[in-house]
Design a protein around this ligand. Structure first.
Ligand code: ZN
Length: 164
């Protein structure tokens, strides 16, 4: 590979040098010609005077470009995030987001626990109030029965204070 590459380079150099030499010679000729007919604008150098780029050189350059492409192709496919700047930036961003998310959860969980506890406490108080209200007489109750219940409660309480 190395030897064929240097051989290729040499071939390319030879062709390029030959091409440049020919171009310079033609340009010198053109300059000399135009020196004779300086004021004659109609006598412009014809396009055929410009030497065409040799096909051999074009082929060599095409081959070289193709080989360069082949060389870089595996590098592009074997993308290494450890050595890629944009990947590292993205990883750092994701790590930071994850850290913030975890910390937020950590900080919020005691608050959430507190909320749940207070919710249960409130619920219990409401239940107690409900129980108290259930035992109270209603306006629709028979007043005689209400009085009876109150008297009975009074007797119950008196008995409790006497025994203690
Ligand atoms: Zn990357």
């Amino acid at each position: 590979m190395e030897t064929s590459s240097t051989q290729q380079q040499r071939d390319e150099d030879v062709v390029r040098r030959r091409y440049c030499k020919r171009s310079i010679q033609k340009m010198k000729l053109k300059k000399r010609d135009s020196g004779y007919r300086e004021n004659d604008s109609s006598q412009k150098p014809e396009s055929e005077e410009i030497p065409p780029v040799p096909q051999q050189l074009l082929n060599l350059i095409r081959m070289k470009a193709f080989r360069e492409k082949l060389k870089t192709a595996p590098e592009m496919e074997l993308h290494d995030p450890q050595h890629c700047r944009s990947c590292q930036v993205k990883q750092a961003e994701l790590a930071r987001d994850d850290f913030i998310r975890r910390k937020t959860t950590q900080l919020l969980s005691p608050l959430l626990e507190e909320k749940i506890q207070s919710h249960f406490l409130n619920r219990n108080s409401i239940c107690l109030i409900g129980e108290v209200l259930r035992d109270l007489p209603r306006p629709s109750d028979d007043p005689g029965l209400v009085w009876k219940a109150l008297k009975a409660r009074e007797v119950e309480l008196t008995q409790q204070t006497d025994s203690s």
